[in-house]
Design a binder for this molecule. Sequence first.
Ligand SMILES: NC(=O)c1ccc[n+]([C@@H]2O[C@H](COP(=O)([O-])OP(=O)(O)OC[C@H]3O[C@@H](n4cnc5c(N)ncnc54)[C@H](OP(=O)(O)O)[C@@H]3O)[C@@H](O)[C@H]2O)c1
Length: 217
Amino acid sequence: MRPKVVVHAQISLDGCIKGFDDTGVYYRLAAQFNAEMVLFGSNTVSAAAEYFNPPETEKDFIKPVIDPNDSRPFAIVPDSRGKLWNLHLFRNMEYVKDVIILVSKTTPQTYLNYLKERNYDFIICGEDHVDYRKAFEILYNQYNCRLIRTDSGGILTNILISQGLVDEISLVVSPCLVGNSNPSLFRSLSLQDKIQLKLVCSEIIDDNYLSLIYKIV
Ligand SMILES: NC(=O)c1ccc[n+]([C@@H]2O[C@H](COP(=O)([O-])OP(=O)(O)OC[C@H]3O[C@@H](n4cnc5c(N)ncnc54)[C@H](OP(=O)(O)O)[C@@H]3O)[C@@H](O)[C@H]2O)c1
């Protein structure tokens, strides 16, 4: 068994995932899913760290004590290449309880040592890149996770869709055209067969945004 997986993405009317002035509606709707875990791509995490990068302190080596009534999600990040060396930024964000890293059998030992020294949970699954199907089963069985929401760019989103690991796609269509200097959400989607969708929600938000939720049938 694996958790239900909802891809949640903000797109411009021309289908791009970057270039917005405002992400407020996206995060407001994201919170409504009440997911136990949020899956971020490693490029998404490194892009966020470009703007905010305080140095590590002693406290960042200690695993946070989690209150059982804490309803915030865990952040899950696949990082098989071991490139995220500033996870304290994420651990300290007020929106998440803690960070769990997905790695593979080829992840450098120096990176696993970095994770161990700072008491991050990590799951080793997959030979080269992460095997998401296995990782999700482990999150279901060992962490009791029943719902994962994504907050990732096109690469990870499309891998999950093409591997048949997505149950719903939630799009926040935003009132702008950003042009082809920005990446489009489905630019790398490679499919053997067409995927049929069923519209389960369409709602105008704040007059100008459209929330669309499609179920994969
Ligand atoms: N509009 C939105 O809703 C939204 C939401 C979030 C982010 N973003 C934007 O999206 C951008 C990043 O998007 P992105 O598409 O470049 O990256 P991404 O979605 O962050 O995807 C990168 C992830 O895919 C994994 N991956 C790559 N190749 C793989 C493979 N062959 N097999 C398994 N996993 C693989 C990587 O894992 P490894 O590290 O293990 O290779 C990495 O964790 C950021 O600039 C951010 O601002 C937009």
